[in-house]
Design a protein around this ligand. Structure first.
Ligand SMILES: [Zn+2]
Length: 160
């Protein structure tokens, strides 16, 4: 038997646990497989679902991992009141690259837009439930003379 294959066979027990004489459980996805005193079904399952091109354990699918990380990043920014521009900071970018060189940080614009859409839909759904609203408008000018119109909306909902 060639050495690579041998290593692969024995290493299957790193990812499976025997739960009965004829059943094993995948430690990566909790799926139970039949076991007949050999690792072939385990190997087949591992190769089909958990192996990347280098023969190592693959993480969650790249798309869902990217989405998870993007969401976690936006949550961190919101919770810690960090500026969205953190994604452009050299130190932060280097830190993220060290953690996971395959992760591509979202742009500041994409993050703001996504969160804005999300919060807008939430606010719209809330306002749609109420009978009446009170609007207040407030005009102001920023330090570099940009004009802002702030509109505040008050209403009473069923939770009060
Ligand atoms: Zn599995």
């Amino acid at each position: 038997m060639e050495p690579v294959r041998k290593r692969k066979f024995s290493s299957m027990w790193e990812h499976f646990e025997q739960i009965s004489p004829n059943k094993v459980k995948c430690l990566l996805c909790a799926k139970e497989l039949g076991y007949n005193n050999n690792t072939s079904s385990m190997l087949r399952h591992f190769r089909a679902l958990h192996e990347n091109s280098e023969g190592n354990v693959a993480g969650p699918s790249p798309v869902s991992r990217k989405k998870d990380l993007d969401d976690a990043l936006v949550s961190m920014i919101v919770k810690d009141t960090q500026p969205f521009s953190i994604v452009e900071d050299t130190g932060f970018r280097e830190f993220v690259a060290k953690l996971d060189p395959t992760y591509i940080l979202p742009t500041r614009k994409a993050m703001v837009e996504e969160r804005y859409q999300h919060e807008k839909e939430k606010a719209k759904a809330e306002v749609q439930k109420v009978a009446a609203v009170s609007l207040t408008a407030d005009m102001c000018t920023s330090i570099n003379m940009d004009a802002y119109l702030a509109v505040t909306c008050h209403f009473i909902d069923e939770t009060i």
